[in-house]
Design a protein around this ligand. Structure first.
Ligand code: ZN
Length: 104
């Protein structure tokens, strides 16, 4: 999974930023990290906003990647049901949002 890391203080970001919020450095480096992580929590969206209603219901998940960065994404419709501390893996990215699946 591609993340952005500050060259000066090593702060990590899931999305591209122009300035590091921690040290104001403007040099952020694209870094490839493991797609695997641990599920922290999730919520099921049953009444989706416009543009997402075709996918409802779907689960929005919070994942701690193995690199330590906490990210938000969605759970694949094909995934086995989520549970806290479940191991997950990013299987793709849709519209800039990582799509995870629970792995056993
Ligand atoms: Zn920084």
């Amino acid at each position: 999974m591609l993340i952005y890391q500050c060259e000066k203080c090593q702060q990590q970001y899931a999305k591209v930023v122009s300035v590091c919020a921690k040290c104001l450095c403007q040099k952020l480096i694209e870094t490839e990290v493991s797609d695997e992580g641990e599920l922290v929590t999730w919520t099921t969206i049953r009444r989706a906003p416009a543009g997402f209603s075709v996918n409802a219901p779907y689960d929005v998940v919070v994942v701690d990647l193995t690199c330590g960065l906490r990210v938000t994404g969605r759970l694949s419709q094909d995934s086995i049901p989520p549970s806290v501390y479940a191991s997950v893996q990013r299987i793709t990215t849709e519209e800039g949002s990582p799509i995870f699946s629970v792995i056993t």
